[in-house]
Design a protein around this ligand. Structure first.
Ligand code: MG
Ligand code: MG
Ligand code: MG
Length: 311
């Protein structure tokens, strides 16, 4: 039975490129695989697919009765809704271990590196399968995206070496210039409905029984948000109510200044204050040096929630 290879809900470039690259590898080693996605393609990902001549993987939301290889997450809140009725045959991920569990043995490729595609490159090397030029291109772009062109604290030497090797295969001389082109596409927010922006890269987490949504927009210059910031703030407050969430945060990340402005909608702002050791003003705070949701935003917040739960 063929397996579906699928990344997280609200797919990013790592989820989409990873599903494509891992499916190709699996098919090469005699395991039939079909790339799939759990949502719309972002402008950044579309840019990557166009650049290297790919079609988007098929949109598939339901996996009951199917074999599934999970990419770029292990959180049930980010997985297909009916994942419990599917057989998870494998996981490739670079986040904290989530709450996804299985009833059968599975293949696990989890490493603390900057991108799932870095691990997929390791898998190609492990199975000794040659990476086609166009696949090298999308894998390289996914790594540049997830590591914010190596600026993110999540970036490791393995990621840098992978990008260099993949750039060579793809025939891309100036990969940093291509990375900047990608982030320019990502920074073009004008004319996009506010809700689409808030949910463009949005993840829900279960933090000690509290539902917490955290969105992130990575841009080259935060001034693109000047005119819409009030609308963004109003919308995350709405999203919090609609989803019965304890907290919704939106990170406006300036990849050049290397920091994030955090917009806050929360039932209890003191949790944010404790987590990041800062006092929000008008439900906003600047976090210097913060680029990574998974490494710099989620862990302290999780700890902060465990304190109130324990109290
Ligand atoms: Mg991701
Ligand atoms: Mg990733
Ligand atoms: Mg990311």
């Amino acid at each position: 039975m063929a397996m579906y290879v699928v990344g997280h809900k609200i797919p990013d470039s790592d989820s989409i490129c990873g599903a494509l690259a891992l499916s190709y590898l699996k098919n090469q080693i005699g395991e039939e695989a079909i790339p799939a996605r759990l949502g719309d393609i972002s402008p950044e990902t579309q840019f990557i697919l166009d650049r290297f001549g790919f079609e988007a993987p098929e949109l598939k939301m339901s996996y009951a009765g199917e074999n599934v290889y999970i990419v770029d997450h292990t959180e049930k809140t980010q997985a297909p809704d009916d994942i419990d009725e599917a057989t998870v045959v494998g996981v490739v991920d670079h986040h904290k271990l989530g709450d996804l569990t299985t009833s059968t043995p599975l293949e696990c490729w989890i490493r603390p590196v900057g991108c799932s595609n870095t691990i997929i490159k390791m898998m190609y090397d492990f199975y000794n399968v040659e990476i086609p030029k166009e696949y090298a291109g999308i894998m390289m772009c996914a790594i540049l995206s997830d590591t914010v062109i190596f600026k993110s604290p999540t970036c490791t030497t393995a990621d840098i070496k992978c990008v260099e090797a993949l750039a060579e295969i793809a025939g891309i001389e100036d990969f940093k210039a291509l990375g900047m082109e990608m982030f320019k596409v990502k920074s073009a927010v004008q004319g996009t409905p506010v809700r689409d922006l808030v949910k463009r890269d949005f993840k829900d987490f279960d933090m000690h029984g509290n539902l917490v949504g955290i969105g992130q927009l990575e841009v080259i210059d935060l001034s693109v948000f000047d005119e819409i910031k009030a609308e963004l703030e109003a919308d995350i407050a709405k999203l919090k109510e609609e989803g019965n969430r304890h907290t919704v945060l939106l990170l406006l990340t300036d990849i050049m200044k290397e920091g994030s402005e955090m917009l806050i909608a929360s039932d209890d702002e003191s949790i944010i204050e404790k987590a990041y050791n800062v006092t929000p003003e008008n439900s906003k705070v600047w976090l210097d040096g913060v680029l990574s949701r998974k490494k710099q935003v989620v862990p302290p917040l999780q700890d902060s929630f465990s304190l109130i739960t324990a109290a």
